[in-house]
Write a protein that binds this ligand. Structure first.
Ligand SMILES: NC(=O)c1ccc[n+]([C@@H]2O[C@H](COP(=O)([O-])OP(=O)(O)OC[C@H]3O[C@@H](n4cnc5c(N)ncnc54)[C@H](O)[C@@H]3O)[C@@H](O)[C@H]2O)c1
Length: 361
């Protein structure tokens, strides 16, 4: 394993059955309740334990989760409101706690990274996607207009607390989204994780919980090879995201579900280019389709209208993976645990998207 010359972006990860009680808060979070500003997803207020837990903190601020929260235009307004909650001065040696999914984590992470030039951050992810992926590795992000994650910083949480009881209220749609990200990690890591996922029955919610530690470790392994995305390996985590982001933006699919469609696209394109063997291709497609339950493009287009080339081109041009006007960096697979980046032309991406049925003729 190549070692990195950069500082680690690894957070301390704790798995708990429930939110820590008042006596344990300072022990587990490392801060007294009065030093903590909890920024939480208002939807969680309906969760039986969250409402009572939030009362333990004098300072908290509720937001509506989603991409609008990450909109840079609203950021100054939130900042002013959060400062109002704190009163004339922020608590001494304060810390921000983010209680919510990936959008909360990206927003609070960015806030923590710039507030008073950086204050400690703790993530309590409440979606599987956040617990497995976005809470780890230090990336924070805001959107500019329709361009996702255009502004951000590298700012790892000191701790990530993964609370089992909070993940039990997720909808089927959210679980499918989580499964998409988990399958991505299984393909990137391969080895034991890939095999275990292939052999796993996907009937119950518990399987996602059981795989969390391995999926998180797989993410840290990639992040530690290339913490600040200067070497290229961290871009492996974009597997499935080129088409995924387009589908997420255009059809409003959940992030991980869109990524699952993007994984199928990447696997098929890898095979088409001769990078992947037929057996691996078949096994990988089976894993992603069965593990996430995503529909085939034919089923998908019974309910959705196909995109035009012009529409797809608009989204692709907004993508961070774009290298220049006519090229992008695309993540292929040459086997289990063998992701690879290649510079491809936009034209070849569109040709493949048309071949796989995503663009109308
Ligand atoms: N920083 C990173 O490395 C990274 C990596 C991947 C994705 N992301 C970002 O993460 C975001 C997607 O994450 P997400 O899907 O968690 O988004 P989200 O925060 O928008 O949550 C999705 C939905 O789940 C709801 N929700 C949250 N917790 C719940 C619970 N316990 N029970 C019921 N409903 C709950 C929210 O209210 C929201 O409606 C995107 O903005 C994406 O760009 C960031």
């Amino acid at each position: 394993m190549k070692t990195s010359k950069f500082p680690s972006l690894r957070s301390q990860v704790l798995f708990l059955e429930d939110l820590p009680g008042i006596k344990k808060i300072s022990l587990v979070l490392g801060f007294e309740p009065e030093q903590i500003v909890v920024i939480y997803d208002k939807k969680l207020y309906a969760h039986p334990n969250v409402k009572a837990w939030l009362k333990k903190f004098p300072l908290s601020y509720g937001v509506r989760a989603g991409e609008k929260l990450k909109d840079i235009d609203y950021f100054p307004l939130h900042l002013k409101k959060i400062m109002k909650v704190m009163g004339p001065s922020a608590p001494q040696n304060m810390c921000f706690v983010s209680l919510g999914g990936g959008s909360l984590g990206d927003f609070v992470g960015f806030l923590a990274s710039i507030f008073k030039r950086g204050v400690p951050l703790i993530h309590i992810p409440t979606t599987f996607l956040a617990a497995m992926d976005s809470a780890h590795g230090g990336k924070t992000a805001l959107n500019v207009g329709t361009v996702k994650n255009q502004v951000g910083s590298f700012y790892p949480a000191t701790a990530v607390l993964i609370i089992q009881s909070l993940l039990q209220t997720l909808s089927k749609k959210q679980l499918q989204s989580a499964a998409g990200e988990l399958m991505k990690m299984g393909l990137i890591k391969g080895g034991e994780l890939g095999s275990a996922l292939q052999g796993q029955s996907k009937e119950e919610l518990k399987w996602l919980w059981d795989f969390l530690p391995q999926a998180i470790e797989a993410k840290y392994e990639v992040v530690e090879r290339d913490p600040f995305e200067t070497q290229g390996e961290r871009q492996w985590l974009n597997l499935g995201h080129s088409l995924g982001h387009i589908l997420e933006a255009h059809y409003g699919l959940a992030h991980g579900t869109a990524v699952a469609h993007g994984l199928v696209f990447s696997i098929q394109w890898s095979f088409h280019r001769g990078y992947l063997k037929a057996q691996d291709t078949e096994d990988m497609l089976h894993l992603v389709r069965e593990g996430t339950g995503i529909s085939s493009p034919e089923e998908f287009f019974r309910q959705n209208k196909k995109m035009s080339l012009k529409q797809m081109s608009k989204y692709l041009n907004q993508d961070k993976k774009r290298i220049d006007r006519s090229h992008l960096s695309f993540v292929f697979l040459s086997g289990w645990g063998r992701p690879m980046r290649r510079k491809v032309t936009q034209e070849s991406f569109f040709t493949e998207a048309r071949r796989q049925g995503w663009i109308s003729f």
